[in-house]
Design a protein around this ligand. Structure first.
Ligand code: TYM
Length: 319
């Protein structure tokens, strides 16, 4: 079984990335051949600062390793170290109906938030399909916001298979029900572009500030509160033990505890949860060439697979 996923290096990683994708991806590395990449070509659709892109890409590698990616099991690499994906994206684009891309929510959302309508942004899902299909991937762990892109990938694979014979496997998304949408500080989906994130490796003071800024309703301290609809409780559920969760849920129901107290407890649990990963991160940073070595080995493994698949594709389409 081959497992594949990607993450854009468009900014610091947040706990939505962690619980939505990184944690499940790390758990899956023991179950098959895992390939995880840093989607720097995709990040070019929003980031046009070469220094920042290079630095963010390395930081994503560092953070992913700190969170538990084991480079002896999973290959970690830069998308751009396998440039064949752009060739495959071109070929896939020649069979992709415009209407399929026009229906993509993520493209429409980005335009609605003021992004310029570049061809790259529009064909983003085609490159993503190439990322997945070039490794004959079986399983793709992602958050719910990527579900439609996986459907597009499958539609493109079916179209290629109908046109050129049995070329591609149909990949399956793996979306964890409990963490499919991690809420941000404004209770919408946590996202860099909504400015509502809590970073995985933010400084302590800043992280506390972010947690304390979570929006709440105006229910008085004494009144019972609804835990299920509260972003505080939803985030706490990700990092607290079952008993701790039950205690907080009971306090929500009973009333008498203010949101400020719940937020403090959330911060403490969050900070504790990521403590071992902060330690591992510091240890990795102390080894100067470690990350470059991991990325080079990962790229080698990924290229070996991509070369084989591309030979098959070129042969099938006649180039
Ligand atoms: P990206 O970089 O936006 O996010 C990386 C992963 O984190 C998940 N995620 C979340 N999950 C739950 N709750 C949230 N609030 C949350 N925020 C982010 C995302 O669902 C994603 O799984 N297009 C992709 C990158 C990509 C890719 C691929 C993924 C490029 N090619 C091929 C899989 C396969 C993206 O922008 O993810």
């Amino acid at each position: 079984m081959r497992i594949l996923s990607g993450i854009q290096p468009s900014g610091a990683l947040h706990i939505g990335n962690y619980f939505g994708m990184m944690k499940p991806a790390i758990a899956l590395q023991a179950e098959g051949e895992a390939l995880y990449f840093i989607a720097d070509y995709h990040a070019l659709t929003s980031l046009r600062d070469p220094g920042a892109l290079r630095e963010n890409s390395r930081r994503v590698a560092l953070d992913f390793l700190a969170c538990g990616l084991d480079p002896d099991r999973a290959a970690l690499f830069l998308q751009s170290d396998v440039p064949q994906v752009t060739e495959l994206a071109w070929i896939l684009g020649t069979v992709t109906p415009m209407g399929l891309l026009e229906r993509c929510h993520s493209y429409k959302d980005k335009l609605a938030r003021g992004a310029a309508a570049s061809a790259g942004l529009f064909t983003y899902p085609v490159l993503m399909a190439a990322d997945i299909l070039i490794y004959d991937s079986d399983i793709v762990p992602v958050g719910r916001d990527q579900k439609q892109h996986l459907e597009v990938t499958r539609d493109i694979a079916i179209k290629m298979n109908e046109t050129f014979g049995d070329l591609f496997k149909l990949p399956e998304p793996r979306i964890h029900a409990e963490t499919e949408v991690v809420p941000g500080t404004d209770a919408q989906k946590m996202s860099k572009s909504y400015r509502n994130t809590i970073e995985i490796f933010g400084a302590e003071k800043e992280t506390r500030k972010r947690v304390m800024s979570i929006v709440t309703d105006s229910t008085p301290i004494d009144a019972p509160k609804d835990a299920a609809s509260s972003a505080i409780f939803q985030l706490y559920s990700l990092v607290a033990s079952t008993e701790e969760k039950e205690v907080m849920a009971a306090e929500f129901r009973r009333g008498g505890t203010g949101y400020g107290d719940f937020k403090k407890r959330l911060f403490e649990s969050l900070w504790r949860y990521f403590a071992p990963m902060r330690e591992r991160r510091a240890a990795i940073l102390a080894q100067p060439n470690y990350i470059d070595g991991v990325l080079a080995r990962g790229a080698e493994r990924a290229n070996a697979i991509a070369d084989k698949v591309m030979a098959r594709v070129r042969d099938a389409v006649g180039v």
